[in-house]
Design a binder for this molecule. Structure first.
Ligand code: APR
Length: 178
């Protein structure tokens, strides 16, 4: 009998371009606001695609502080679960933004592990209305996830979903620097 080695973090990470609400993965991550009651951007797209039962479940959660994560059902989405995390608003980089952003990725992966989720997709948390420069955020996202996967063999696939071409190119470049 041969024992297959666990794939490296980089082998379990991928960058794709598209709409996260369409993905067939076990969990997608939402870049939410702390009320968890929906908004614009990817949050709005997820609530719209999942249907109004999602809002009802979110109302029971009593919000989520920046840097933490909460999990709900995926309702009408192809994904079974939605992990809602609240990224930091960019204030120039000296207000713990990198630590809080890294915490979003770590907390989301911790919830994934707790629920036995093997495949998960992240949007570029904080890179829209919250104004985090994408070059800096991509580095935090990729490095944080790679370091978690190093010690977490149960998560088999992590996708980083970029909504537009420029963001995709930036992620690919940052991935090459890992
Ligand atoms: N699929 C994948 N990525 C998407 C999608 C989508 N359907 N829609 C938008 N994005 C991308 C944006 O291009 C951006 O790069 O998600 C990234 C995050 O942008 P925002 O959704 O604005 O999230 P964020 O910057 O974290 O701000 C959160 O915005 O809508 C509100 O309720 C939300 O108040 C919260 C804030």
């Amino acid at each position: 009998m041969t024992i297959e080695p666990v794939a490296t973090p980089q082998e379990r990470m991928g960058i794709i371009q598209g709409d996260i609400t369409k993905l067939t993965v076990e969990a997608i991550v939402n870049a939410a606001k702390s009320s968890l009651l929906g908004g614009g951007g990817v949050d709005g797209a997820i609530h719209q695609a999942a249907g109004e039962d999602l809002l009802f479940e979110c109302q029971q959660l009593n919000g989520c502080p920046t840097g933490e994560a909460r999990i709900t059902d995926g309702y009408l989405l192809p994904a079974k679960y939605i992990i809602h995390t609240v990224g930091p608003t960019w204030r120039g980089g000296r207000s713990s933004e990198p630590e809080l952003l890294a915490s979003c990725y770590r907390e989301s992966l911790a919830l994934a592990k707790m629920y036995g989720i093997e495949t998960i997709a992240f949007p570029a948390i904080s890179c829209g209305s919250y104004g985090y420069p994408i070059e800096l955020a991509a580095k935090v996202a990729l490095e944080t996830v790679a370091s978690v996967l190093e010690h977490e063999p149960s998560i088999l696939g992590v996708s980083f979903v970029c909504f537009d071409d420029d963001d995709y190119d930036i992620y690919v470049e940052a991935f090459g620097m890992l």
